[in-house]
Design a protein around this ligand. Structure first.
Ligand SMILES: [Zn+2]
Length: 64
């Protein structure tokens, strides 16, 4: 996988083949075009999840 520059997406770049656990702190998605777009820590997933539970958790974790 080439580093830097914009990712060149294809139709199957958005087809999710599977998700592998990385230790007990993150998930790594595997896409149909063969790229693995980094790893997603649970914190990061929580941060981008729009559901009420995650938004409330994010708010209570925020430090003033
Ligand atoms: Zn959520």
């Amino acid at each position: 996988m080439a580093g830097g520059g914009p990712q060149h997406y294809r139709q199957n770049s958005f087809v999710l083949l599977g998700v592998e656990p990385m230790g007990n702190y993150a998930l790594q998605p595997t896409w149909a075009d063969g790229h693995t777009f980094g790893i997603w820590t649970f914190d990061r997933l929580r941060a981008v999840c729009p559901c009420d539970e995650c938004r409330n958790a994010a708010a209570s974790n925020a430090k003033p």
